[in-house]
Design a protein around this ligand. Structure first.
Ligand code: GLA
Ligand code: ZN
Length: 685
């Protein structure tokens, strides 16, 4: 019999918060007040137990669950569901004192003193054993609890450990992978600088000059986290095989390959902490924060594209760890959280419910502040959103199914980070992915942001910015994608290295050379004061019109079999190809040889979408900084979320008579004004 699959199918849109009753259990009356406030805040879910180990097991093998029993029962009685955590994200003092090997060792060999959190050794068999024991206790006690919705595994797995156990495990992992040192030396190109290894024990330091070693270390650490999660999950699955598991991932985090970790859990969740109003300036418009946040939603959703994901942490007001964290301006609480739902999140959970009284996060935003009141601006924002969520029930079982992918690939990201190259100060891998994503966002297209191992057959258009490292098979799969009618867009710095970070010999873009019909000869690095105009070729097959500007990085390429759509109109490379196109089978592949300005990317993206026959959501262009997204309800009726991320009102032009407002049930006018940071949910009539 196949093992049962735990599916994440929450019975309603989740509106939840991280709750830390262990911090308050010595103070009478707080739990009772909190249970009331949870309901009043229109919340329906609590994440509990994330850092509660020392309160659950105050001494080795001594368990104390009475307080958690009461919390679970209370939450259940108040209509709350629970995301119950395993406590491995922070270890009790007694455990660290008793077993020093569980404490992480830094890069320079120093073992950390006990304290803080997220700093256990990823390999230590003792830590894994202790985690297994406490997880087993938790599973046995609460695995059948009626309030239990899902398991929250640990918290924000992060960092590396360089202890002897981890290094030995790394060497073991390498032995399995390469079998012989000869093969390892070849893959790591270790004849360079006399780095050749003649005994496995010599592999001791993470030498950043050996790029193949760095990649393997990151893969190994990802692997260790994967086996750690598996070990954590095993006792939970044994007791409660149908309760789904998740672990909270982090938006910009790249020490692990999240695409490799995704299969270890049943559903994806992530922590989103955009700093609104803090980063914009002359060069970064306000709405960029909304753009980046959406990109990350699409990235996490695409890790399990057929499952709901969950925005499992976001602040109801400010964070306390940024250099400067302004208050969210009115409207943004609602708009930024509707954004998550519009991209397929199963709901929204806040960090945190009640502000702690002391220690590191006492000034972090919370649904209930130190005054304990239910009439604050933040509390009301939360409450109002919770009421609105009840009207969104028809969306619960629908999922976005984008036809467009912008690839963000951890392996390429790592190899770009590691490379020493002419553009060291302006590599900007992630920002480049977002730049290519922006034109879709701006016109309300649904987009997935997967890695290079994704199933390409799901898509009609794939944009692969700076796909620097090609894993075996990727070029073949991209070729099949194009042959079958897909549109592929690649850029400069694509197809330079293989899975070991060894350059492809015989011309870049390596195994994609034939599909793109180009050969790269040189790479120019432009300082900020120098840009190069881009000029479309007259009557080009793409119908590209309007000039562009290249900045920062220009490849000098030869169009071998490709047609040239646009050329450089400056520097000594005037007239040489900047944009190429090649038809293969039923599809077409484009290459952008330079980093183009945002306007040109808009024009180019619109042209390829026209060619691919993907119509924009609305007939008229959305104003800058406004995005839209549709989701189907249970009857197959499209709902459209319109969200303004500008600090000024914006007018959206709609096709007349087609939409009504979900909240007022009124028909919406053809010119719909969204207030600053405002949002509307429309339903097709
Ligand atoms: C992370 C952690 C939480 C909390 C918040 C604060 O997301 O998972 O425990 O520290 O940050 O923003
Ligand atoms: Zn270790």
């Amino acid at each position: 019999m196949p093992a049962p699959v735990a599916r994440f199918r929450p019975p309603q849109l989740i509106h939840g918060a991280d709750y830390y009753p262990e911090q308050w259990r010595h103070i009478p009356g707080v739990l009772a007040a909190d249970l009331r406030l949870f309901k009043e805040a229109e919340l329906n879910t609590a994440t509990v137990g994330v850092f509660a180990w020392a309160e659950l097991e105050p001494a080795e093998g001594v368990y104390q669950f009475d307080w958690l029993d009461e919390v679970m029962a209370g939450l259940h009685a108040h209509g709350q569901r629970v995301l119950l955590a395993t406590p491995s994200g922070a270890k009790p003092n007694w455990l660290a004192a008793q077993y020093p090997e569980i404490r992480r060792v830094g890069e320079h060999g120093q073992r950390e003193a006990q304290g803080f959190r997220h700093n256990h050794c990823l390999t230590s068999p003792i830590y894994r054993e202790k985690v297994k024991l406490i997880n087993t206790q938790i599973a046995q006690r609460y695995g059948q609890h009626p309030a239990l919705l899902a398991w929250h595994i640990s918290n924000e797995y992060g960092g590396y450990c360089y202890c002897p156990l981890c290094k030995a495990a790394f060497r073991e992992w390498l032995r399995k992978k390469y079998v012989t040192l000869e093969a390892l030396n070849d893959a790591w190109w270790s004849r360079f600088w006399s780095h050749r290894y003649t005994a496995w024990e010599q592999i001791d330091r993470l030498d950043e000059s050996i790029h193949g070693l760095c990649l393997d270390w990151k893969r190994f650490m990802t692997h260790q986290v994967g086996t750690f999660i598996r070990a954590e999950v095993a006792p939970l699955r044994q007791v409660a095989p149908l309760i789904p598991t998740t672990t909270n991932m982090m938006g910009h985090y790249d020490l692990y390959d999240y695409h490799t970790l995704a299969p270890e859990v049943d559903f994806i969740s992530w922590d989103s902490y955009p700093i609104w109003h803090g980063q914009e300036g002359a060069t970064t418009p306000h709405w960029h924060v909304g753009l980046w946040t959406t990109f990350l939603h699409d990235m996490f959703r695409a890790m399990k594209p057929d499952e709901p994901f969950l925005l499992i942490e976001t602040t109801p007001s400010q964070v306390n760890w940024g250099p400067l964290s302004p208050l969210k301006r009115p409207g943004l609480h609602r708009t930024s959280n509707l954004l998550a739902v519009s991209r397929g999140s199963a709901g929204v959970c806040y960090f945190q419910f009640r502000a702690s009284r002391g220690s590191n996060e006492k000034f972090h935003g919370a649904v209930v502040a130190h005054d304990g009141r239910n009439d604050t601006r933040v509390f009301r924002d939360v409450q109002t959103l919770g009421q609105l969520f009840k009207n969104l029930a028809p969306l619960e079982n629908s999922r976005p199914r984008p036809q467009i992918a912008v690839i963000q690939d951890y392996q390429s990201r790592w190899s770009v980070q590691e490379m020493q190259s002419p553009i060291n100060q302006q590599k900007n891998y992630l920002a480049t992915c977002v730049e290519h994503y922006a034109p879709f966002w701006q016109q309300g297209y649904g987009v997935d942001v997967p890695g290079q191992a994704a199933d390409f057959s799901r898509y009609q258009v794939i944009v692969a910015p700076m796909l620097h490292l090609l894993l075996p098979g990727t070029a073949e799969r991209l070729t099949a994608f194009v042959e079958n009618g897909g549109t592929l867009v690649t850029t400069y710095l694509t197809g330079y290295v293989n899975e070991s970070d060894l350059c492809f010999v015989g011309g870049f873009p390596g195994p994609l050379r034939k599909l793109l019909g180009i050969r790269v000869e040189e790479l120019d690095a432009l300082p900020a004061f120098r840009t190069v105009p881009i000029q479309p070729v007259a009557a080009n097959a793409l119908g590209l019109v309007g000039t562009g500007v290249a900045r920062e990085v220009c490849e000098l390429i030869h169009a071998e079999t490709a047609e040239v759509m646009a050329t450089y109109a400056g520097e000594f490379y005037t007239g040489r190809p900047a944009v190429t196109r090649q038809v293969t089978g039923r599809g077409v592949a484009y290459h952008l040889a330079a980093r183009m300005d945002a306007d040109f990317l808009q024009i180019f993206t619109a042209a390829i979408l026209r060619e691919a026959g993907l119509a924009p959501l609305l007939r008229d262009a959305l104003p800058t900084g406004v995005t839209a997204q549709t989701r189907m309800d249970a009857d197959g009726t499209p709902w459209m979320f319109l969200m303004n991320f500008n600090e000024t009102p914006a007018t959206v032009t709609l096709n007349p008579m087609t939409w009504s407002d979900l909240e007022t049930a009124q028909e919406v006018p053809a010119a719909l004004i969204l207030p600053a940071f405002g949002s509307r949910i429309l339903r097709q009539r």
